[in-house]
Each structure stands twice: as structure tokens, then as C-alpha cells.
Design a protein around this ligand. Structure first.
Ligand code: AP5
Length: 194
């Protein structure tokens, strides 16, 4: 069970990943949450990342690759995981492919579309996203930063939809419905009964 949850800011990636990770007993790995914890702890990584996050920009790829490499090497990730918010660029997706090949010990093998990674894309109209985020009120949930996060998503992350759909690994889900309905569709589309 290796799942990537993609979608624009406010699409419900974190909400759904948390529910399904608990149901399926696999870790929900949110790179946004890891970064926010580093900011609160004022680590060197947190100090570097904060300015990017406050502006709604992506934190540099290499920092995220190091975080994900370390996290996926932890023992609880052996049975599977849900990655929420990673990859967000084609460079990160290519890195993840390599990392998964290394972790499975099968260097050079082709990803298996049936049993391998699946990437979920949650789709929600922009105006709904903005209103969800404004009512949540996280530090980066002000209108200017939200608009920038959406723009960055369109430019740098949306190309991953083609990246994964070209490999028959994409599951597209309408995220503009009640949370329970989105959860039910994800359970059905990802073929896991719980
Ligand atoms: P991150 O924390 O990943 O933020 P994001 O992608 O902007 O995602 P959000 O948490 O805003 O939205 P979500 O889709 O998870 O929705 P949620 O479930 O929370 O990243 C933050 C920053 O860190 C980035 O801007 C970047 O700077 C940096 N970063 C992180 N990863 C990176 C990477 N890989 N590379 C580079 N930089 C990186 O829901 C939002 C709200 O909507 C909640 O209030 C929720 O209750 C509500 N809601 C959810 N579903 C529904 C529904 N169906 N109906 C009604 N309301 C709903």
C-alpha cells in the first residue's frame, strides 16, 4: 500500500490521508506537517523553510528529498504509507521512483501499475479551496498566500497528473463533496475494504 495524495491546497489531502491512514493502519506522512514541526522547533531546516512557506512558495527540492528519504526508511513505513504533499515537482516524483526502487532492492525494475504506487488527485474548484482555507486560518492561510500557493500548484505540481496518468497510476476523485463521500470513494477506488 503506497499512496500519494495530490491536489491543490485545501483539496482535503490531509483530512483524507489522516482518516484512511488510521483505517488502514499505515502512516500518514505529511511533508507540510513535518516542515511545520521543524519551524516550531526552530531547527536549521525549519529556519530555512519558514520564509518559503510564509510566501506560499515551495521549499527547495533537496530539503524535501532528504526528509522523505529519512522518513520512508523508518520501520513503520515498511508495510506501506500515504504521502500527503509529496511529490510536488517532477524532480521530486523522479526522486521518489528511484528511492522506491532502492528500498525494494529492485534497481532498474519497471513500476507495476497493479500492485505498485497509486497517486490520488483530489479536484476542487478554486473558490471553494479559498473559502475552506480562509475559514481554517493556518499561518499560511491568508488570501495573498493562498492565491500564490494555488498558482505554484498549477505551475509546478499539476504536471504530475500527466506524469502518473501516463503510467496508469492515477486515481482522480471529486473532492468537492461531503468528507464522508470522498472517503468512501477513495476506499472503493483504491480497492481496500476496511
Ligand atoms: P501543506 O501542509 O502540504 O499545505 P497544502 O498543500 O497547501 O495543503 P493544505 O493543508 O492547505 O490542504 P489539504 O489538501 O491537506 O486540505 P486539508 O485536508 O488540510 O504544505 C504547506 C507548505 O509546506 C507548502 O506551501 C510548501 O511551502 C511546503 N511544502 C510542503 N510539502 C512540500 C514539498 N513536497 N515540496 C516543497 N515544499 C513543500 O483541508 C483544508 C480545510 O478544508 C480544512 O479546514 C478541512 O477541514 C476542510 N475540508 C477538507 N475536506 C473537506 C470537504 N470535503 N468538505 C469541506 N471541507 C473540507
Amino acid at each position: 500500500m503506497q499512496f500519494i495524495f495530490m491536489g491543490p491546497p485545501g483539496a482535503g489531502k490531509g483530512t483524507q490521508a489522516q482518516i484512511l491512514g488510521a483505517l488502514w493502519k499505515i502512516p500518514h506522512i505529511s511533508t507540510g506537517e513535518i516542515l511545520r514541526a521543524c519551524v516550531v522547533a526552530k531547527t536549521a531546516l525549519g529556519l530555512k523553510a519558514q520564509a518559503y512557506m510564509d510566501r506560499g512558495e515551495l521549499v527547495p527540492d533537496q530539503l524535501l528529498m532528504d526528509i522523505v528519504q529519512e522518513r520512508l526508511n523508518e520501520p513503520d513505513a515498511n508495510a506501506g504509507w500515504i504521502l500527503d504533499g509529496f511529490p510536488r515537482t517532477v524532480a521530486q516524483a523522479t526522486f521518489l521512483d528511484k528511492l522506491l526502487q532502492e528500498l525494494s532492492g529492485a534497481e532498474g525494475s519497471t513500476p507495476n501499475p497493479k500492485f505498485g504506487l497509486k497517486a490520488v488527485n483530489l479536484d476542487v474548484p478554486d473558490e471553494i479551496l479559498v473559502s475552506r482555507l480562509l475559514s481554517r486560518g493556518r499561518q499560511d492561510d491568508n488570501e495573498e498566500t493562498i492565491r500564490r500557493r494555488l498558482q505554484v500548484y498549477r505551475e509546478q505540481t499539476e504536471p504530475l497528473i500527466d506524469f502518473y496518468s501516463g503510467r496508469q497510476q492515477l486515481v482522480a476523485v471529486d473532492g468537492d463533496r461531503a468528507m464522508e463521500l470522498v472517503t468512501a470513494e477513495l476506499q472503493q477506488s483504491l480497492s481496500i475494504d476496511s
